[in-house]
Design a protein around this ligand. Structure first.
Ligand code: PAF
Length: 277
């Protein structure tokens, strides 16, 4: 595996690459969820990827407009440990640039705007977040020119926006969604889980438990919201049922494929999860 830090090195390395390139974009702090993206890139059943590239870049643009620089500063970073993990997972190249390498002129003037899709749900409490995500993902696509890119279903809003961006901007990359990876207790894997105490983790299970009850139609959407709101130690941000493609709200009960998504805060840690309904 080769660890690449600069765009010049990246371009040199890619000149020699023949065949199909798969990209797994990450912000590091890798967990089993990321490794499942790498496995999917290696074991894609309907296509062979010749080269798997992972990127590690904590993108300031997706934090900067939050008025919460602490979240950016405190984001866990350990590129060497992540690179070792990616090497064992059989990744060919890791692209791990510094901020100045990605944004040499500092904050860009030109961004990708994600409109209404990016301003609701997660975007309502994180204004500008998805514009930052879409901008850096476009840059990564332009630099690496992957044939396929792998994203986790866990960030369902991000996935829907990236799919829409690829469509709206005619980007020539095939977006593959990888199912949510869950711990044995059912909690969706997230870099933020490391901030949870054992007791917070138990409380956080209210989110997958409620989503499961909703999916199985044991409760309706109002009951699901009440259930989550009434969980001690859990602060519900939202619980919505939306169209998986447009993210437009769907009235309960859904008559077409729908996605239930929720966000909660437990012990100061914000967690998201979703399930197909
Ligand atoms: O999902 C993430 O880790 C990030 O949003 C991404 C896609 C790597 C862009 O910075």
């Amino acid at each position: 595996m080769k660890l690449i830090k600069t765009t010049a090195e990246l371009i040199d390395a890619l000149v020699a690459v023949r065949g199909t390139i798969a990209l797994v974009p990450t912000m590091g702090a890798l967990h089993d969820g990321h490794l499942s993206l790498i496995s999917a890139a290696h074991a894609d059943s309907d296509s062979d990827n010749d080269v798997v590239i992972a990127s590690i870049f904590v993108n300031p643009l997706q934090f900067a407009q939050l008025g919460n620089c602490d979240d950016y500063r405190n984001y866990p970073r350990d590129v060497d440990a992540d690179a070792q993990l990616l090497e064992s997972a059989g990744v060919d190249f890791v692209f791990a640039p510094e901020v100045a390498e990605m944004y040499p002129l500092r904050t860009p003037e030109v961004w990708v705007s994600t409109g209404e899709m990016g301003s609701q749900l997660e975007g309502a409490s994180r204004p500008g977040h998805f514009d930052g995500v879409a901008t850096v993902v476009t840059k990564l696509f332009n630099l690496i020119r992957p044939h396929r890119a792998y994203f986790g279903q866990k960030d369902a809003q991000q996935l829907a926006i990236i799919r829409r961006m690829v469509h709206d901007l005619n980007l020539r990359v095939d977006i593959r969604a990888v199912p949510i990876s869950r711990g044995a207790d059912g909690l969706a894997e997230s870099s933020r889980n490391q901030h949870l105490s054992a007791s917070d983790r138990r409380k956080a299970l209210a989110l997958p438990t409620t989503l499961t009850a909703l999916r199985d139609r044991r409760i309706d959407l109002d009951q699901a919201r009440d259930q989550l709101r009434n969980c001690p130690g859990v602060d519900m941000d939202y619980l919505e049922v939306v169209s998986p493609d447009t993210l437009q709200p769907i009235t309960w009960p859904p008559t077409a494929p729908a996605l239930a998504l929720g966000a909660i805060t437990v012990g100061g840690t914000r967690l998201i999860d979703n399930m197909d309904i």
